[in-house]
Design a protein around this ligand. Structure first.
Ligand code: ADP
Ligand code: MG
Length: 265
């Protein structure tokens, strides 16, 4: 048995993300039924599963966009302080939540760019207005990030003038600009036309190759197999199976996972 608090906060040996027995209900609907996952530093974890299995809810709880009913979440060894309220557990320390949320960049299926700002301003918004970085420095970082995702030339364009693939790459540049300790992706290519999926996957693969900790919900199984160290298969709010990505895809053990993989091939 592991001790409940094996590492001090921000201990470099602590896992990047550790979730213990996370539960979440919406009313009577139990969506997460006790999920425990540990992402070591630099590990890429793919989360797969059918629609409604709880994948988005899981990521949203880690990022505190949703309030779990019970469980613990530790980011780099720092436990997110939660307190009991009539709605379940809610963050007890707003400042901590803000800090942790900016440290865990999330990329959504629908990009979620600010439409009234050009791409560069989308990328510098949080660094300047939340993290208090000097503007010049934030712009220099943003330009670097936009170069990395191949969008430097588009930095003065507004989101609506970009393709979906470009918008998602801009959203990834924005996520990278806060130098997150881990990145959470929720079906980053599901809203894209098929011909635009590849350019976004390539950017994600490059970032994964830099040794960033990632949790990635995806339906792109070939991609998951290629970039993920480990795969978690969720079924009705439980981890039905998890393992090294090769094992999961070439030798799935559970019948449900076999069926799932068969259904999406
Ligand atoms: P997935 O991302 O795996 O498709 P979700 O996490 O989005 O699954 O949803 C899991 C379940 O929780 C689904 O049954 C969904 O309808 C339900 N759900 C998600 N968000 C809400 C909400 N805000 N209120 C009520 N039910 C929700
Ligand atoms: Mg989802």
């Amino acid at each position: 048995m592991r001790a409940p608090h094996p590492h001090a906060a921000n201990d470099p040996r602590a896992p990047a993300i550790e979730v213990r027995d996370l539960r979440k209900n919406y009313g009577d609907l139990e969506v997460l039924k006790g999920i425990s996952v540990t992402a070591r530093d630099g590990e890429v974890i793919a989360i797969i599963g059918g629609s409604g299995s709880g994948k988005s809810t899981f990521l949203r709880c880690i990022n505190l966009l949703e309030q779990p009913n019970s469980g613990q979440i530790l980011i780099s060894g720092e436990e997110i302080k939660l307190k009991t309220s009539h709605r379940g557990l809610e963050p007890a320390d707003r400042k901590q939540v803000e800090r942790i949320r900016t440290n865990l960049a999330m990329v959504f299926q629908g990009f979620n760019l600010w439409q009234h700002m050009d791409i560069l301003h989308n990328v510098i918004e949080v660094p300047v207005h939340v993290l208090g970085q000097p503007r010049d420095q934030a712009i220099a970082t943003a330009e670097d990030m936009l170069r990395r995702v191949g969008l430097y030339e588009k930095r003065h364009a507004y989101p609506s003038f970009l393709s979906g693939g470009q918008q998602q790459r801009a959203a990834i540049a924005r996520a990278l600009a806060v130098e997150p300790s881990a990145m959470l992706f929720d079906e980053p290519t599901s809203a894209l036309d098929p011909e635009l999926v590849g350019e976004v996957l390539k950017v994600i693969k490059d970032i994964a190759g830099e040794g960033r900790t990632m949790m990635l919900v995806t339906h792109e199984m070939a991609f998951a197999r290629e970039v993920a160290d480990r795969v978690i298969f969720l079924h009705q709010g439980r981890i039905e199976e998890e393992g090294a990505s090769d094992q999961i895809f070439s030798a799935p053990r559970s019948e449900r996972l076999q069926k799932f993989l068969h259904s999406i091939r």
